[in-house]
Design a protein around this ligand. Structure first.
Ligand code: AMP
Length: 483
């Protein structure tokens, strides 16, 4: 089957051929005729299946009779609304709309939060047929009366399950209430919980169910691997694996924003160019991090789940779960970044003993027993394990430590004072390492985080024990505390 067999118009066939697509993916062959016929759709499709083109191409064809080059805003009312859960996904869908609409005079824009509303208002005022938006910012525009839904004839709700996870369902219901009841609606979701079904009942009219992959299944072109490892050895194992896979781009998933920046920092210190993307970064930083990764200038992108959706990179060969996600479905979404459109990919998970329960949930969901691999020196709970690590670090990290020594020369007072305040005996090798790997923010990269128990070991009263040996004023150039 080819795209012409699906009844697509020449302008769209040209755009598809410009994009290099030769034949439709299964979701496209199923969804395109149904949407062209004006039916509502409930689509079960995972990311990477080509579902964006599956709904965008027929949507454009349905709107094509309204395409015009008039400069009058009145000739360009909003006719289609596409809702996506994250800014990144919205931007990506918008990009796809522009790609497929390149031979049609239809206007499209992308509306998301975290940026000034004024430019968005300008675009809306000038008239635009297709709006791709995140729900929150769309409602901001509703409140500002800068958006009008009176002519909306098509609605797409993409990644509905993620909308649910992110708490957007009340916003979606609010938006639904503002749309004309006479419209065509499409809902896409990788999973169908009861809540999603309830939303579908409310939003769709006698929908055609289209499901291209079994629910919660993962692409067969992905090879899964698990590396059992102690939590405090993960960083070193990650650096070791990344060094062994030179020249490959890797997306690394972590669980917290804080851990995200910290891990990227650590990798950079190991000479592995890495950037971080998470929800606390501003929009420009997020866009730049994504762009750097997409254009290949960043080798490793460390991400929280905000990037699990919407990130579409050609031929991404590796995804690494530095921490397993708390819900098994998120594993499917995360690794959906690799093995796309039939290409092969690797999904590697570093699994600490504490995460075994999560691993079992994932294996049950994807109906696979994931092969376990070990690397010498990183076997969890093995005797002499930290010595192995030290040796590994000795091989890999000497240059890094030299650099850190240079970098931290100006920070000597601080690290020196920490060392003096530490009354508990430590193995000498570890102590000497700790001096040379203290980052600018005071974090010691040579060892896992430990609460500072040194002071309490001296049996001083509690209040004194909590205070640092030298007050901050001393570090700032003032006098030291007596005693
Ligand atoms: P999606 O699942 O919509 O995120 O699409 C995943 C990737 O598949 C995107 O990079 C698309 O450009 C690509 N793609 C979509 N349809 C096709 C097709 N028919 N042939 C080849 N690649 C496609």
């Amino acid at each position: 089957m080819n795209f012409a067999d699906l009844g697509l118009m020449p302008e769209l066939l040209r755009a598809v051929s410009d994009a290099g697509y030769t034949e439709p993916t299964p979701i496209q062959s199923q969804a395109i005729p149904v949407v062209l016929a004006g039916r509502d759709v409930m689509g079960g499709a995972q990311t990477g299946t080509g579902k964006t083109a599956g709904f965008t191409l027929p949507l454009l064809q349905r709107l094509a009779p309204h395409a015009n080059t008039s400069t009058s805003p009145a000739r360009h009312p909003i006719r289609a609304l596409v809702l996506a859960p994250t800014r990144e996904l919205a931007m990506q869908v918008h990009e796809s709309v522009l790609t497929y609409a390149k031979h049609l005079p239809l206007r499209a824009t992308c509306i998301y939060g975290g940026v000034d509303m004024r430019a968005q208002m300008e675009t809306l005022r000038a008239g635009v047929e297709i709006v791709v938006a995140t729900p929150g910012r769309l409602l901001d525009h509703v409140q500002q009366k800068s958006i009008h839904f009176g002519q909306v004839q098509m609605l797409v709700l993409d990644e509905a399950d993620r909308m649910l996870d992110m708490g957007f369902i009340p916003d979606i219901r609010r938006i639904l209430a503002l749309l004309p009841t006479q419209r065509q609606s499409l809902l896409f979701s990788a999973t169908f919980s009861n809540e999603i079904k309830k939303l579908a009942d409310q939003m769709l009219n006698q929908p055609q169910l289209i499901e291209v992959a079994r629910r919660n299944t993962v692409s067969e072109t992905i090879e899964h691997q698990v590396y059992p490892v102690d939590a405090n050895s993960k960083r070193d194992l990650l650096a070791h694996l990344l060094k062994g896979a030179v020249d490959t781009q890797v997306l690394v998933f972590v669980d917290t924003k804080f851990g995200c920046s910290r891990l990227a920092h650590y990798l950079n210190n190991c000479d592995i160019p890495a950037d971080a993307i998470h929800g606390d970064k501003n929009q420009q930083q997020r866009t730049e991090a994504l762009e750097g990764f997409k254009n290949g200038s960043t080798r490793v992108l460390v991400a929280t789940d905000v990037a699990a959706r919407g990130l579409d990179i050609d031929d991404l060969p590796y995804v690494i779960n530095y921490v397993l996600p708390s819900t098994a479905e998120d594993y499917v979404h995360r690794i959906g970044r690799t093995g796309r459109a039939g290409k092969s990919g690797k999904a590697i998970s570093l699994v600490s003993p504490e995460e075994r329960g999560r691993l079992s949930d994932i294996e049950r969901l994807i109906k696979l027993s994931i092969p376990k691999h070990t690397v010498d020196g990183f076997v969890p709970g093995a005797r002499g394990h930290s010595d192995e690590r030290a040796r590994a670090r000795g091989r890999d990290g000497e240059r890094e430590r030299g650099r850190n020594r240079e970098r931290n020369r100006g920070d000597d007072t601080r690290s020196g004072s920490r060392a003096r305040s530490d009354a508990s005996p430590r193995p000498s090798g570890r102590n000497s390492r700790s001096k040379s790997t203290i980052a600018a923010d005071g974090f010691d990269y040579s060892k896992p985080y430990q609460p500072d128990t040194a002071a309490s070991a001296t049996n001083k009263p509690d209040t004194a024990a909590k205070r640092p040996a030298r007050p901050v004023a001393f570090l700032l150039g003032g006098v030291g505390r007596k005693g």
